[in-house]
Design a protein around this ligand. Sequence first.
Ligand code: 5AD
Ligand code: SF4
Length: 439
Amino acid sequence: MKKYLINTSGCQANELDSEKISWVLDTMGYESTQDKEQADIILFNTCAVRKSAEDKVFGQLGELKELKRRKPEVILGICGCMMQREDIREFFLSKHKHIDLVFGTNNIHKLPQLISRQIETGKTIVDIIEDTREIDENIDAHRKYSYKAFVDIMYGCDNFCTYCIVPYTRGRERSREPETIIMEISKLVESGVKEVTLLGQNVNSYGKTLHMDYSFPDLLKDINEIEGLERIRFMTSHPKDFTERLIQAYVELDKLSPHLHLPVQSGSNRVLKMMNRKYTREEYLEKINAIKERLPNLAITTDIIVGFPGETEEDFQDTIDLVRDVEFDSAFTFLYSIRDGTIAAKIEEQVPDQIKHERFQRLLDTLHPIGLKLNQKLLGTIQKVLVEEVSKNDSRVMSGRTESAKLVHFPGGEELIGKIVNVRIDNVKTFTLEGEMID
Ligand code: 5AD
Ligand code: SF4
């Protein structure tokens, strides 16, 4: 049997795309491997959000030159967000002549054709669909886990935050039909899935491209009705579209995880404006306070960018103050990375690297004690944990997540994977909880 290896970078959308690519390759009779020496196809599913991810893949491709010399029949491919950008694509193809196949985020369904064309001609095949309003519903995904799954509810993004390359790689926003999403989740639940994570760049604007009056809270309500499903999560939402109706959904829907990931990016109104985020720090805080009032046990997480062009010490202090006000459970923190083709890349006043790094460290020093303090509140509580896998550090310890998505370690065996168990929290750290399973 021929074998394939997929190397995935980036966000959950890319992880799910890799599961879709796996499914297509499985249907072609290929089998997955982790060993590049055994692989007949090696694919890099790339991310374009930050330059560092680009550099890493560039290096990894370079390392495969030698393998390709020894085994010229191996098909070496790159796909994903980076390949949607002509400038990056051309750069890669000009520097790495041993690449055989290039495709993008909109043509995974064409993979069988592209592979046969490559094998027949021996030439480098490049196939990109720049933008599309189409959604291909004939493609399934080879799910990595049996008990949890990502489900796309929409594609693309129309927000054009000035730092972000996503609207230029994943195209215009388009929503899947609710019936199709519900059918997919029902099938997943029948096969044993307990938790779904709904994916979209901005799930709060779900439904805008549908020709009916149906929005994200309606979708959540319908998914909540699916019998056998235990947990619903979603990623990611934009504060400008966060509504009272969504708060209501959190209150009413028993399966909706008490966790909100609401990327703020900056606490400074001046920077938020330059980022084209379309909300102020006051509006953000108002929305957070409104939901906290109704759901005191909600975990709140965010994304923050440090060193956006023109960010002053005062702007950065506004971010620190906002972090203290909100008290985030945790945050994904990013050093601003220049992405050619975006509006922010043209701003001349870039923040020097040293200042960026120093601010980044101060941000972490602010976030971590807050995270620890919030975790300490959970000491002695009983948490419902979906057991995910054997801990990476100790084979006698299991890892899982609470309803609010916090990582928990506790002693247990592999037979618990995929089950929801009660764990008493006995010890907490900044990023993890520890405890004991109880009946
Ligand atoms: N530089 C740094 N971080 C970025 N993000 C998006 N674009 C950039 C960039 N150019 C971050 C944002 C977004 C997350 C997925 O990645 O915080 O929410
Ligand atoms: Fe990028 Fe902004 Fe769209 Fe998120 S909402 S994908 S940050 S443009």
